[in-house]
Design a protein around this ligand. Structure first.
Ligand code: M6R
Length: 615
């Protein structure tokens, strides 16, 4: 996720671009840049680090008028391809610096296009997927930027929102989007583009929402729209009523809710580029991008370590590896692992999971693993983080920045990565065959749409939360994958609603926890492991007999719990082994609504920090 802005009008562009980028910093903040068309042609300035660093760098240019110009584009980056650096910052240009491009999204066929463009003689400067777009547009440029962009779009696969300017065409900005957001603002003294409404509000509340593959051509005094074939479109403006703070959160009340709703897109981004296209039966997982080859699957054991929510993802990872790859797996909380003198072997493979890539205990665990000589795979959301730099292989969760302290989209995308690696291990170790792989891939590809369906049903959870939010005791229970989801569900609820919540393996109920169950307890039973439905049903009856209320999260097509549950929340059917990516969503929503109903701020829970960089 990155932020893009563009302005064309009668005022100085650079200050407008910088103010717009300030409003989009929540979308990415590891580097920033602008390109302004002015008297000396296209002027590009960029800098690694927060926007403040760019502002300091170009301060003298702004003061002495070196960046004067009334058309420009800007970008604030959340790195995906290539670590944060001056070179990898946007805008990117063609070789001659006459065409400048800012991009949000992921160009999935960038590697193939890069090879092809190099064969045509194009020289690359950065590691980004975006630079491919700049060269491609240049390749097709024959004096008409719009035609060149339309030709280039035919070659681009993946998701993108692009803002493009050309030195030879000082009277227009071209913007296009596919699966990444982009809004066009119709201002009085000029027109604008932005990834999100907050960057426009200072200038206008009249916006056009671009549809997939629609193109906007912004002039100083008009905006034209086209479809991908160049046919003119007529579009209507929408009036934005949100205040600036609400707009920053995309109209959601909190970042946490926005991030919960971003999960379908984040899951798609994390999955798509890693499954090869083509005939269903011949499709494979493509982990070459992370340098994964068959030697990895010869490991003696997989050791997973992480903290908090990332550790819960690791617990699910263990179950997934055992299920698909039949390989021994140890999973440890990093703060325990680092001090308990674990027995490790150079033949072990370590999977270290961290959204931030900066958690102190997790990094210490990784460094301990490093000493044994075993190889390390990092799963992280932050390109260029310490974890990413020190691991042997990195698999990024392409979730975009997670601002809320409570982790949601990072968790489900971590799961997606773990499933892909587990399946790849399974295939290489021959514990699953091509047919089982194909079935799993089909199921994985349905997950984003199924997550969307769970979210579409959120009102039911909201209503349920409005009846239960004052309960001070909440238990979550499940078996196998559902047990791990229970751990994550209890953590979500406790950290943002301050409800005392615990999770346990349902089979443990009689070994202690049932002593706490009474009429003031809400028990959520997560029930997606079909072979154990009867066991779960008995557990639910046991807690109900002690006066507890029971919410069941289960498949949409089963009536197994109709008689026992007080309330049922249903999720679309997938493989039992893949259920966590869907079954956790109702718990995220429930925790969110309990927090809000208790008058708390779910984005900033007391005593907690987003990134725990000290012990
Ligand atoms: O950045 P990390 O994934 O390493 O962070 C690990 C935990 O601190 C984090 O998951 C924490 O538990 C969250 N607040 C959970 O919502």
């Amino acid at each position: 996720m990155c932020g893009i802005v563009g302005y064309i009008g009668s005022e100085e562009a650079a200050p407008i671009l910088l103010r717009g980028l300030q409003k989009l910093e929540y979308r990415g903040y590891d580097s920033a840049g602008i390109a302004v068309w002015g008297k000396t042609g296209l002027m590009v300035r960029k800098s690694k680090g927060a926007l403040k660093q760019l502002e300091e760098k170009i301060g003298p240019d702004l003061r002495d008028g070196a960046l004067a110009g009334t058309m420009g584009i800007g970008h604030t980056r959340w790195a995906t391809h290539g670590e944060p650096s001056d070179i990898n910052s946007h805008p990117h240009t063609d070789v001659s610096g006459k065409i400048a491009v800012v991009h949000n999204g992921i160009i999935e066929n960038h590697a193939r296009l890069r090879t092809w463009l190099k064969e045509q003689g194009f020289k690359f400067r950065s590691d980004t997927d975006t630079e491919v777009a700049a060269h491609l547009i240049d390749f097709y440029y024959k004096g008409d930027l719009l035609q060149a962009v339309m030709a280039a779009l035919k070659k681009l696969e993946g998701s993108y929102a692009l803002g493009i300017i050309c030195e030879a065409e000082p009277d227009r900005i071209i913007a296009v989007r596919k699966e990444s957001p982009l809004v066009v603002g119709a201002g009085r003294g000029g027109n604008l583009i932005a990834s999100d409404v907050p960057a426009l509000l200072e200038h206008t509340r009249e916006v056009y929402y671009l549809g997939d593959r629609e193109i906007a051509v912004l002039y100083r005094n008009r905006i034209d729209f086209y479809n991908e074939d160049g046919e003119a479109l007529s579009k209507k403006t929408s009036h934005v009523d949100w205040d600036a703070a609400a707009a920053e959160k995309g109209g959601y009340e909190h970042f946490m809710l926005k991030e919960i709703y971003e999960q379908p897109k984040a899951l798609t981004d994390t999955l798509r580029a890693r499954i090869s296209a083509g005939e269903q039966a011949a499709r494979i997982i493509n982990l070459e991008e992370i340098g994964f080859d068959s030697s990895w699957a010869a490991a003696r054991r997989v050791v997973i370590t992480a903290c908090g929510t990332a550790w819960h993802a690791g617990v699910i990872g263990k179950y997934a590896f055992e299920h698909f790859a039949r390989i021994p797996v140890a999973v440890d909380v990093a703060s325990e692992f680092r001090y308990r003198n674990p027995i490790l072997d150079p033949q072990d493979i370590f999977i270290i999971i961290s959204q931030s890539g900066e958690t102190a205990d997790t990094l210490a665990a990784m460094r301990l693993a490093r000493k044994t000589g075993g190889r390390i795979i990092a799963i992280t959301n932050v390109v260029g983080s310490t974890l990413a730099r020190e691991a042997d292989l990195v698999m990024y969760t392409w979730a975009g920045p997670e601002i809320a302290v409570a982790s949601t989209k990072a968790f489900t995308t971590q799961l997606m990565c773990l499933y892909l690696i587990a399946l790849q291990f399974g295939l290489l170790r021959k514990t699953i065959g091509p047919e089982e792989l194909a079935a799993a891939l089909r199921a994985l590809e349905k997950i984003p749409a199924q997550a969307e369906a769970v979210l579409a049903n959120q009102e039911k959870i909201q209503r349920f939360a409005s009846l239960q939010f004052n309960k001070n005791k909440a238990f979550f229970m499940g078996r196998l994958f559902d047990y791990a989801v229970s751990l994550e569900s209890a953590l979500k609820l406790k950290e943002i609603s301050y409800t005392h919540s615990e999770a346990f393996a349902a089979g443990e109920l009689k070994h202690g926890p049932i002593a706490l169950v009474d009429g003031s307890t809400l028990v959520t039973a997560i029930c997606t492991q079909e072979a154990l439905f009867d066991k779960m049903d008995s557990n639910i009856k046991e807690v109900k007999a002690r006066g507890a209320g029971a919410l069941v999260i289960t498949w949409e097509d089963t009536d197994y719990f109709n008689e026992t549950a007080d309330e049922i929340f249903r999720i679309p059917r997938t493989l039992d082994s893949l259920s966590p990516m869907l079954s956790v969503i109702p718990s995220q929503l429930y925790a969110y609504y309990c927090s809000v109903l208790r008058g708390l701020d779910p984005d900033k829970p007391r005593n907690l920090a987003k990134s725990v960089t000290v012990e």
